[in-house]
Design a protein around this ligand. Structure first.
Ligand code: DP6
Length: 402
């Protein structure tokens, strides 16, 4: 079968990959070329039923140049990070073949076509680069028959992408070696470990972030003494604590630490010079809301975390989701199409007590939250077996999208 594949004019592989949200944040590189971080980080992989990237990679002796399409539009295949991933997967493929003439294997010199799509609006600022590079590397690996651990390659696309190579709860260990061979992702626990843990993404803006993560974290490394202290002292302690909270399914500990770490990341942004602001008035509104809600209940029922953009990600246990969604609906009354306000996994209805409304829902801001996406932890990259799902047609060009 493998020999036949090599004789076919076109060979193709399609994979999907997830988004992840860090609860111990990565911010700062010690090597900008290899993408080696100044501290380890830890994330939760989100379910691909709600958020995923799909990528098809194809190779053919008939292709005259490498080409790339993102969400149906042709993009720059020469991007250094795309090239780094391509080079590394091919290197592993060559190593695997032991340099010998393996006629059954797909030729590494064929040009390739890559098409990638998200099942969510890219403009919503939902960490698409992590899923994108994890998916690119997964599809290329499949195309070339590479089965090695690939988080080290995905890391070359985007640091946070290495964590999207696994499902559930994932650590990116910073590593010590200058060549980066020990800077990789490890699964801490699978997605089945904590079934009660749910995730609400509060999509608040379609705007592009003011300063990209790559540039922002570099300025932070160069100017923030708080970031240095965070990487050297705070994160090592927090990482160990967070692993314990996850192992014990301790929401109180998990939630508290996730909020503190998000806040410290944004504090390092303020400590950067000139300062960087990712949190907005609305983010602060959501933060205050979560704290009022927890205070009303007398313990941590919801935990927020924010990356380099204005969307809020909320962790809550299953029994809290319906009530908190209602609190968000009352606090940010949907402007239009209220029926689409809650998306993703179904959310039950909840009636709020007078006391809860009085204590928590202060000064509603109509229309500020576009919609809520209800999801949960999910698995790592998947192979798509069904050939009808390929994003490229038999001619090697993007299929027209229905
Ligand atoms: C705030 O992985 O996007 O989301 O490595 O330069 O591509 P590059 O940066 P990126 O940074 C993510 C930063 C963060 C925190 C996190 O995901 O850990």
């Amino acid at each position: 079968a493998a020999a036949m594949a090599a004789e076919r004019a076109l060979t193709m592989a399609t994979c999907t990959a997830p988004v992840n949200i860090a609860v111990i944040k990565y911010w700062g590189k010690r090597d900008t070329d290899l993408i080696l971080p100044i501290n380890s980080s830890l994330s939760v992989t989100l379910h691909q039923d709600q958020l995923k990237t799909t990528t098809t990679a194809a190779a053919s002796r008939d292709f005259t140049e490498d080409r790339l399409w993102l969400n149906g539009k042709e993009a720059d295949v020469g991007h250094p990070r795309v090239q780094a991933c391509l080079r590394e997967v091919r290197r592993l493929a060559r190593k695997r073949r032991g340099g010998g003439e393996d006629t059954a294997a797909l030729s590494l010199s064929y040009k390739i076509h890559i098409a990638s799509e998200n099942n969510f609006p890219t403009a919503a600022g939902l960490a698409s680069s992590a899923a994108g590079y994890a998916c690119l590397v997964s599809a290329l690996a499949r195309l070339y028959g590479v089965e090695e651990e690939l988080s080290e390659v995905a890391r070359r696309g985007s640091g946070s992408a290495c964590r999207s190579m696994f499902g559930g709860f994932v650590q990116w260990q910073r590593g010590e070696r200058p060549d980066g061979t020990d800077s990789l992702a490890l699964q801490v626990a699978p997605e089945t470990h904590w079934p009660e843990l749910h995730v609400l993404v509060l999509v608040v803006s379609g705007e592009k972030k003011p300063v990209g993560s790559t540039a922002g974290m570099q300025t932070s490394v160069e100017t923030s003494p708080l970031l240095k202290h965070r990487a050297e002292v705070v994160v090592p302690e927090r990482l160990a604590q967070m692993m314990r909270h996850i192992r014990e399914r301790d929401f109180e500990g998990f939630g508290q630490l996730a909020m503190r770490d998000s806040n410290q990341f944004h504090a390092t942004c303020l400590d950067t010079f000139p300062p960087i602001f990712y949190l907005t008035d609305l983010s602060r509104h959501i933060i205050a809301l979560a704290h009022r809600y927890n205070a009303h209940h007398g313990h941590t029922k919801v935990a927020y975390t924010f990356d380099a953009g204005p969307n809020a990600v909320i962790f809550a246990l299953a029994d809290t989701v319906a009530e908190f969604v209602e609190v968000v609906r009352r606090s940010f009354p949907p402007a239009t199409n209220g029926d689409q306000f809650v998306r993703g996994l179904p959310v039950g209805s909840a009636t709020l007590s007078q006391a809860l409304v009085a204590a928590v829902v202060t000064e509603p801001v109509p229309g500020a939250v576009q919609y809520i996406l209800h999801t949960k932890p999910g698995p790592g990259p998947q192979l798509v077996d069904d050939p009808s799902q390929h994003l490229l047609g038999a001619d090697g060009l993007p299929r027209s999208r229905a």
